[in-house]
Design a protein around this ligand. Structure first.
Ligand code: FEO
Length: 395
């Protein structure tokens, strides 16, 4: 079934209940690929769905009584949204593609689509009759081609990836969820920001400022993943402002892996020091943990403590892999510390600190020791936890 968002504006997307890895992102609640129709004298479809989900899109269009399309607006060419553009063009050969110059090239490069395109840029308008669509370019939120579409008279923002979350549900709107469920929804929104959007935070800030400058008002924010915001719009915008400006909570995340439990024992020793200061923390063994969740905790925490043994002169592979992932997402404004056990050379801790330096983290301490930490070593580790707890309270 289609879902009405506003009179003559419909959700016609697809629900992917069972995707568990979205190019590595652990989607434990699945996701949705949201497409929208704006119907007037002319009918516009805004974004499509991932290839393989066309049947859901087409059956919802049919249910909405849409048997022809005048425009197909492509906000973003990534495969989860533009993967069915070719199928839509085959089903509706007369449809006019509408997108920006960069996305036009993307449609050619990624899909071999060379159909004539109506090129739009920020501020351009497309009249459908009584309803008007306007566009704002949002490069790097999420890709260089990204833009958002705004239904002017209805005050409906269709921002594609921005404000999304990976969450499959039979419910479409934020006000259909209980308060308890909304806690999970906002956490999933944070997870999505941390694992997809964080690296583009400066661009997000620019877009938020641009939206304010243009004076756009929203009754509805309908992203291309997850739920549609119409009740908690100020809350999700406030969170985007906070996440994009590096605001974090008074908590610490301890991330480690261990070969013979020496580094693991150290992680718990660090935690004892944090406990003494009555500060919140979470501990993650990277061998057993969902990196997507760990990354979320990195973004949400002021303090990041990383432990790794040295293996063949390097950071232990699981820790090195996570740090590579984390570095790519460019978390910022963190206090950091490193620790690790070693047998004879002990390079891992120094290499972790080098990564902290690349991210401009404030490294407040480091600790390494041969095999099992002795009494002095255990005391140093506990002290590291205490110092981090004290540091984040002044941050
Ligand atoms: Fe949901 Fe950048 O695609």
């Amino acid at each position: 079934m289609h879902v009405t968002i506003k009179p003559d504006i419909y959700w016609v997307g697809a629900i992917d209940w069972n995707v568990r890895s979205f190019h590595g992102y652990q989607t434990k609640y699945g996701t949705t690929y949201n497409s929208y129709v704006v119907e007037d004298e002319k009918v516009a479809l805004v974004d499509t769905v991932k290839k393989g989900f066309e049947d859901q899109l087409f059956s919802r269009l049919e249910h909405a009584g849409i048997d022809s399309l005048d425009y197909l607006v492509v906000n973003h060419i990534e495969m989860d949204h533009a993967g069915s553009v070719r199928s839509v063009l085959e089903k509706f050969p007369e449809v006019q593609l509408v997108t920006n110059e960069r996305a036009k090239k993307g449609l050619e490069d990624a899909y071999g689509i060379e159909k004539e395109v109506m090129i739009v840029d920020t501020g351009d308008e497309l009249s459908l009759g009584e309803k008007t669509l306007t566009f704002v370019r949002t490069p790097m939120v999420h890709w260089p081609d990204s833009m958002v579409t705004y239904a002017v008279e209805d005050k409906v923002l269709l921002p594609n990836d921005a404000f999304g979350l990976h969450y499959a549900s039979n419910k479409r709107f934020d006000d259909e969820f209980s308060e308890e469920e909304m806690g999970r929804i906002f956490y999933e929104a944070a997870k999505y920001y941390a694992n997809i959007v964080l690296v583009y935070s400066k661009h997000v800030q620019r877009v938020l400022n641009k939206v304010e400058e243009l004076g756009l008002e929203f009754d509805v924010i309908a992203p291309s993943h997850g739920i549609i915001w119409r009740d908690k719009i100020p809350e999700i915008i406030q969170r985007y402002k906070a996440w994009s400006s590096g605001e974090a909570e008074d908590k610490i995340v301890i991330i480690y892996d261990s070969m013979w439990k020496h580094t693991e024992e150290a992680a718990y020793q660090v935690a004892k020091g944090i406990d003494e200061k009555k500060t919140d923390y979470r501990i993650y063994n990277l061998k057993k943990s969902d990196w997507t969740e760990v990354m979320t905790e990195v973004m949400l925490s002021k303090g990041v403590i990383v432990g790794s043994p040295t293996l063949n002169g390097e950071i232990y592979p699981t820790v090195a892999g996570f740090l590579t992932y984390m570095k790519g997402l460019e978390p910022f404004d963190k206090s950091a510390a490193a620790f690790g056990s070693y047998g004879w050379s002990g390079e891992a801790v120094g290499k972790i600190v080098n990564i902290f330096d690349e991210l401009d983290f404030d490294t407040i301490g480091k600790a390494k020791w041969v095999f099992k930490a002795d009494e002095d070593g255990l005391s140093d580790l506990k002290n590291l936890g205490r110092e981090m707890a004290e540091k984040i309270k002044t941050q």
